[in-house]
Design a protein around this ligand. Structure first.
Ligand code: GLY
Ligand code: MN
Length: 465
């Protein structure tokens, strides 16, 4: 059930969309794909644009939005389905639950749909249905807009939705805090149980068990790995060895679809080695500097460059990089070790609204830069109050970069390879928190999870610092 506050936020979202977008919008929730045979399905995840305005994850539903009014298009399950899935609400009851003014069977979607705008679905079955029912081609959302009138309407709808979803309302913030709290508990469970385990898989099981106990799936495939240099490593085959660092990037998704995205890196033994300590503190310094700089109006790209500068300067101090930190950053030398962006939008999606390409992440007139040190920056906008972003600097030794002959040649004067060899027990370190931009600065939604080295060690050792 949605609370009165949630209902009122949903009405407000629809009302605001009606003010920013004239005409009718149709949004599909999608269906879960079958696992090899028709009656066995992958878990269902509703489209985030649908969830944003409907609130509840109804399967195989379409909503119509026009001038703040909501129409639910949905078919009650066949009566036989009750045998397998239990009783269902009637369409009228479901409409009441999500606050829809009108409700109609799905077969009514095509009536008058020719003028409607939509957001193209990523799943091909739903996308084909959109094309068929709207009776027109639906090109992917083009970041630059489109000459074609209907595609342009889709673009305008996407732009209006983005303006709403960029800044989180009370409903969203409560959900995001819930996802953050459960994720913090899950990470703590992982940290405090690592000494009892001998494999990545067993630690992952402990972490995800906390999410499952709260009826939360993971918001993305958990990363629980002693090979943190593989940035999105989602396999868990390794045994834990005493000198390893374990990189855990795992986040819960609330039953209503809101995500957390948190990374911690801890020593399997409960104690960082001296090289691990130096590089951990360096990544933490970049993390802390970025969070301290967050406030409305700050360019997210400048936070990325601040992290790059902090890492370059720290690596010079440690002796891994050689030269002036500013020049090293200009030459993208830091990106040998910190090749990704400092973070991204967080909301209903872990990388919020990336189904729209860079339309949400990049402000008007901005495009991704091809520079190695900037090309994976997912967000390039000035921060606004009530945006939620991640801050996630890292240090990695990635063979594909460090053994690349062209890069070794390009940066031959920048890296002290002999010095780097002393840090071979650091494959990957990342520290990631979820941060709400406030009127004056920011609030770290995941601050209850320790980042300080001594506290992390104490947690793994099962005591308090
Ligand atoms: N949590 C994975 C990522 O942000 O890419
Ligand atoms: Mn992230």
């Amino acid at each position: 059930m949605l609370t009165p506050t949630e209902q009122s936020c949903l009405r407000q979202r629809r009302h605001q969309l009606g003010q920013q977008f004239e005409g009718k919008a149709l949004l599909w929730s999608g269906v879960s794909p079958p696992r090899n045979f028709a009656a066995n399905h992958f878990p269902f995840r509703a489209s985030s644009h649908f969830l944003y305005f409907a609130g509840l994850p109804l399967q195989n539903a379409v909503i119509g939005l026009e001038a703040g009014q909501l129409t639910l298009f949905w078919d009650e399950p066949h009566p036989d389905a009750a045998l397998w899935h239990g009783p269902s609400l009637s369409r009228a009851e479901m409409a009441d639950r999500i606050g829809a003014e009108t409700h109609l069977p799905l077969s009514a979607v095509p009536t008058g749909a020719q003028q409607a705008a939509t957001v193209p679905a990523l799943s091909s079955d739903t996308y084909q249905q959109q094309i068929e029912w709207l009776g027109r081609p639906i090109p992917p959302i083009n970041t630059q807009g489109s000459q074609d009138q209907e595609a342009n309407r889709d673009h305008q709808l996407a732009a209006a939705i983005i303006q709403l979803r960029l800044q989180q309302d009370e409903f969203a913030l409560t959900q995001l805090q819930q996802a953050a709290d459960i994720t913090v508990s899950a990470h703590l469970q992982g940290m405090t149980s690592t000494l009892n385990h001998t494999s990545e898989a067993a630690v992952r099981a402990d972490i995800e068990s906390v999410m499952m106990a709260h009826q939360c799936p993971t918001a993305y495939a958990s990363i629980v790995t002693v090979h943190g240099e593989v940035l999105h490593n989602d396999a868990y085959p390794h045994a834990l060895a005493s000198g390893d660092l374990l990189l855990v990037d795992a986040g819960a998704e609330t039953p209503l679809g809101w995500a957390a995205d948190v990374t911690r890196t801890w020593p399997v033994s409960g104690q960082f080695s001296a090289p691990q300590r130096d590089l951990y503190d360096l990544v933490l310094a970049a993390h802390d500097a970025c969070i301290a700089a967050i406030r409305p109006g700050v360019e997210f790209r400048d936070l990325h460059l601040l992290a790059a500068q902090t890492i370059a300067s720290g690596l010079v101090d440690i002796g891994i990089l050689k030269g002036q930190p500013e020049v090293l950053v200009e030459r993208d030398a830091h990106a040998l070790f910190f090749p990704h962006g400092i973070g991204h939008l967080l909301g209903l999606d872990v990388h919020d609204m990336e189904d729209l390409g860079d339309l949400a992440g990049y402000g008007a007139g901005r495009r991704r830069c091809d520079r190695r040190g900037l090309r994976y920056l997912r967000l390039d906008r000035p921060l606004r109050p009530q945006m939620v972003v991640t801050i996630e600097p890292g240090f990695y030794q990635i063979p594909a970069l460090l053994h690349n002959p062209d890069l070794r040649q390009q940066y031959r004067d920048c890296v002290d390879w002999d010095r780097l060899a002393h840090f071979e027990d650091v494959r990957g370190i990342r520290i990631e928190d979820d941060v709400l931009v406030t009127a004056e600065g920011c609030q770290v939604l995941t601050s209850a999870l320790p980042t300080q080295r001594a506290e992390v060690e104490a947690c793994v050792q099962g005591s308090t610092a």
